[in-house]
Design a protein around this ligand. Structure first.
Ligand SMILES: [Zn+2]
Length: 265
């Protein structure tokens, strides 16, 4: 069984502050440790559940947050920045499923830890064919291009609600309850890693994997991005056909192919 794991940082247990998420910030090393411990639990659980090929993508910021010396030997790890067509390098149609670990709610969600879509500072709303989307939907669609279903999403309670809206019936695991962008009641990492918690959720998700469908969306596609300031919109090129500036902050991209569309991001 082959499983692809995409790991973001904001939804990892114990992470609440921006200082835990950015290089050179005072609590970043703590954030890396929390991330790496959770990834170890995920890989251990997948191995126990019967996975014999696992790729883990570090999907946060620079793509280099995992503490490499602590990585579980049974998986392989995709590190560093990757363009959209290689966001999940090594992924193909032979994978049985994907897990989205440590994810967060889309930009503008109330009481969600670090709610944002793709960038925390320069983008606001992202809509695909008229519906607001966050990273859970965007990444699920990328897995869907290869026919690979998302089996489990973990993060705060708002990310879990969003996951179930995007992927009805998907398994979720809640690591914390958000009470603000930088406030949450957390489950302690030691509790999350205990057998009856995240590992149990992963076993159950693997056991029911054949009930899950890959996420797909029919073209043609229209992606609207509302940038946080006119500067970001000014810096883009518009051909009036595939890239159209709607107003100072909003831009619409149109393509018949989903990957071409997402490459505008
Ligand atoms: Zn992130």
């Amino acid at each position: 069984m082959k499983i692809y794991v995409s790991v973001d940082m904001e939804g990892i247990s114990g992470i609440v502050l921006p200082e835990q998420l950015r290089r050179a910030e005072p609590f970043y090393e703590e954030g890396r440790r929390l991330l790496s411990q959770e990834v170890k639990t995920v890989v251990e659980s997948l191995v126990q559940a019967g996975a014999d090929e696992i790729i883990v993508k570090d999907a946060h910021g620079t793509g280099f947050n995992l503490l490499t010396e602590t990585l579980h030997p049974k998986a392989r790890y995709l590190l560093g920045a990757t363009p959209i067509d290689r966001r999940f390098a090594g992924l193909d149609a032979t994978f049985d499923g994907a897990l989205l670990i440590g994810y967060h709610a889309m930009w503008g969600t109330s009481f969600a830890v670090r709610d944002h879509t793709m960038t925390a500072t320069s983008w606001q709303t992202v809509s695909l064919n008229g519906s607001a989307v966050g990273e859970i939907a965007l990444d699920s669609l990328l897995f869907g291009l290869y026919g690979v279903p998302v089996l489990l999403v973990s993060g705060d309670d708002k990310a879990c609600v969003e996951a179930q809206q995007v992927l009805p019936g998907v398994a979720v695991y809640e690591t914390k309850v958000g009470f603000g962008r930088h406030a949450a009641v957390i489950k302690p990492p030691l509790f999350v890693h205990s057998e009856s918690e995240l590992p149990r959720a992963i076993f159950d998700a693997i056991a029911t994997r054949r009930e899950r469908e890959p996420l797909t969306l029919k073209g043609p596609y229209e992606l609207e991005i509302r940038y946080a300031s006119t500067d970001v919109a000014d810096a883009r090129y518009y051909d009036g056909i595939h890239a159209i500036r709607r107003d100072g902050q909003s831009v619409v991209y149109k393509e018949n192919d989903l990957l071409s569309l997402l490459s505008h991001m």
